[in-house]
Write a protein that binds this ligand. Structure first.
Ligand SMILES: [Cu+2]
Length: 132
C-alpha cells in the first residue's frame, strides 16, 4: 500500500511545482510588459539640453540633445576606437573619423531635427533638435 501511495504524493508534488512554475512565468511575462514603459522613460531622459555629446560604448550620449540656433555642439570620443559624426541626409555635422579623446565640433545655424550616425558603426544613432 505504501508503494502505491508514494507515487500519488509524488504526482501531487509535481502538480504543485508545475502550478507554482506557471505562476512565476506568468509573473515574469507581466513584468516584461511593463519593461517597454520603463525603457521609454529612460529614452526620454536621454534627451538633454546640452551642447556636449560623449561617444562611449558605441553610443552617442545623450542620444538626443536640444540646443538653440547658433549653438556649437562638441562630440568627444571616449571610446578606444575611431568614430564619426555623420548627418543622415542633407546638411549638418559631417566629420571624418576621429579617435580616442579627440573632439569634433559643429555649429547649427538653422532650426530643425538633425539625425546622424557613425560611418563605420551604422547602429550608432543620434539626434540634435535645434530650436529658435
Ligand atoms: Cu563608430
Amino acid at each position: 500500500m505504501k508503494r502505491t501511495r508514494l507515487p500519488f504524493q509524488f504526482i501531487l508534488l509535481t502538480l504543485v511545482i508545475v502550478v507554482v512554475g506557471v505562476g512565476l512565468i506568468a509573473n515574469r511575462k507581466s513584468s516584461d510588459k511593463s519593461m517597454p514603459a520603463k525603457m521609454n522613460m529612460s529614452a526620454v531622459s536621454t534627451t538633454e539640453a546640452t551642447n556636449k555629446v560623449s561617444i562611449r560604448n558605441y553610443m552617442f550620449m545623450p542620444e538626443t540633445i536640444k540646443v538653440k540656433v547658433s549653438t556649437t555642439v562638441t562630440w568627444t570620443n571616449d571610446d578606444q576606437v575611431d568614430h564619426s559624426v555623420t548627418i543622415n541626409s542633407g546638411s549638418g555635422p559631417s566629420s571624418s573619423l576621429f579617435g580616442k579623446s579627440q573632439t569634433y565640433a559643429y555649429t547649427f545655424t538653422k532650426a530643425g531635427t538633425y539625425t546622424y550616425h557613425c560611418d563605420v558603426h551604422p547602429q550608432m544613432h543620434g539626434t540634435v533638435i535645434v530650436t529658435n
